[in-house]
Design a protein. Structure first.
Length: 474
């Protein structure tokens, strides 16, 4: 797109999730007239039905697991008469009320910030009439009011929704997607989770921690098949130790309601029964029926919007960000795509998206955090790197906290010793990965990391120790 005057530009954003609202803040800061069109609420699925509520639910389950660790540390709960209390109990309706209240509060905070900087928020369904016009329908389809918005820049940030299969149709009561679980009025007695990717693994462990009996159905050899194999092995071992039944190489054929629960039929003829089933079999982009193809925007065979590294689509002036692009399904990446798109469109200085420095986290217990290159990159000889893995059980702070599972793994480029990647498996790994991300982002070498002071004792000390062990020998 050619140079534009940001202060006279009209920007219309379809979708108020991380990609949309972060782009709106940038656009407003640069002086554009910005309108956000959102159907379900500012924050989108990430805030209202996905990332924020699921992580809040997981945090509650993690808190309950602390009671088990406390016993190993010599701390025991007793009632007023001195009798030992063996179990903490989760009141799921109360937990869900708190989770949804938190999500709505976050949505309200984001909306308030948008209005504060002058962004207009329109509730309704938006679709492209042309590359420079968006039609908004508000209300029920039969009597929807419509408004047409003129735009110099359009950003599509419509997100994705849970994948639904003809043989496993959610009913919102017994067969559930991850967006429907917050309506549950009682804790599932026996929950069958179909899908062992990030969402399936996180929620399977959450409900296990809350007190459900959980069966995890995985079509692959191991859980979290797309993650670091050492990290996935730790998590699967933790799952089994805590009582989860993990069925590997078990592809789901169908899920059906029964008189008092569900039955999950596997392709090899086996049947798994439960009181509830949670479907975590991927997502589909929300890109159909909103005028993209009609105005010439190229879609990939998967339905995702094709974009370049500054979020441009195939149509001049139309950008896209977030899960509808399929670049990397992370809220942080969606937000970065949105910010980059708006800066580029309005003529501000901007660097293209660099996926090589994206840190990501899986909120299991322990968490898995990653950045940079992967073990597979090394194993496939795509990157010539040294690898050092340090078990956390040897760390003095880990011993104090009763941590027995987890590790720090660093990848260092041979010759230069530059830190090019890392994996942390630990409680709050999402916080511990930050120093590794800084090292990857700024091409620090292992000696620079190793010579930086860490607190003693601390879990971060293992990062410096791993770096010391990677010191190159001439």
């Amino acid at each position: 797109m050619g140079a534009v005057n940001a202060r006279s530009s009209r920007v219309v954003i379809l979708g108020g999730g991380p990609g949309g609202y972060e782009a709106a803040l940038v656009g407003a800061h640069l002086g554009a007239e910005v309108t956000v069109v959102e159907r379900t609420g500012i924050g989108g699925a990430a805030v209202l039905t996905d990332c924020v509520p699921s992580k809040a639910l997981i945090s509650t389950a993690d808190y309950m697991s602390d009671f088990e660790t406390a016993a190993d540390l010599g701390v025991h709960l007793e009632d007023l008469e001195g009798d030992e209390v063996s179990d903490a109990v989760a009141d799921l309706p109360e937990v869900n009320r708190r989770v949804l209240t938190l999500a709505r509060a976050q949505s309200a905070d984001i909306r308030a910030r948008l209005l504060e900087v002058g962004v207009r928020v329109v509730e309704g369904d938006g679709s492209l009439v042309s590359p420079t016009a968006v039609r908004v329908a508000s209300g029920v389809a039969s009597d929807a009011a419509t408004e047409e918005l003129e735009a110099d820049v359009v950003l599509v940030a419509t997100g994705a929704s849970p994948r639904v299969m003809d043989t496993a149709v959610p009913d919102g009561e017994r067969i559930l997607t991850w967006q429907q679980i917050y309506d549950l009025r009682e804790l599932p007695q026996r929950l069958v989770v179909v899908g062992s990717g990030v969402t399936g693994a996180e929620l399977a462990q959450a409900y296990l921690g809350l007190g459900s009996e959980v069966v995890l159905v995985s079509s692959r050899d191991r859980v979290l098949p797309g993650e670091d194999p050492d990290a996935a092995a730790v998590i699967e071992d933790v799952f089994r130790k805590r009582g989860m039944e993990v069925l590997g190489r078990s592809r789901m054929a169908a899920v059906e309601r029964t008189a008092d629960g569900v039955v999950v039929r596997l392709e090899d003829g086996r049947e798994v029964t439960g009181t509830h089933a949670l479907l975590a079999v991927g997502s589909v982009p929300l890109t159909r029926g909103i005028g993209l193809e009609e105005v010439g925007v190229d879609l990939l065979p998967s339905g995702h919007v094709a974009v370049d590294r500054v979020s441009r689509t195939s149509v001049r002036g139309v950008y896209a960000a977030g899960d509808c692009t399929g670049v990397l399904p992370l809220a942080s990446v969606a937000a970065m795509q949105g910010r980059i798109a708006m800066s580029h469109a309005l003529g501000d200085a901007v660097a293209p998206l660099n996926l090589g420095v994206v840190s990501a986290n899986i909120f299991t217990d322990p968490e898995i955090a990653t950045v940079g290159i992967t073990q597979k990159d090394v194993d496939d000889a795509k990157v010539d790197a040294e690898v050092l893995m340090l078990p956390l059980a040897r760390n003095p702070r880990a011993k104090m906290l009763g941590i027995t599972d987890g590790f720090v793994k660093l990848f260092a480029q041979k010759g230069s010793g530059a830190v090019v990647g890392g994996v942390v498996v630990a409680p709050r790994a999402s916080e511990l990965i930050f120093p590794v991300t800084l090292a990857v982002q700024h091409r620090l070498n292992v000696d620079q990391v190793a010579s930086t002071f860490t607190v003693y004792p601390s879990l971060s000390g293992s990062i410096a120790e791993a770096a010391r062990r990677l010191h190159p020998i001439a």
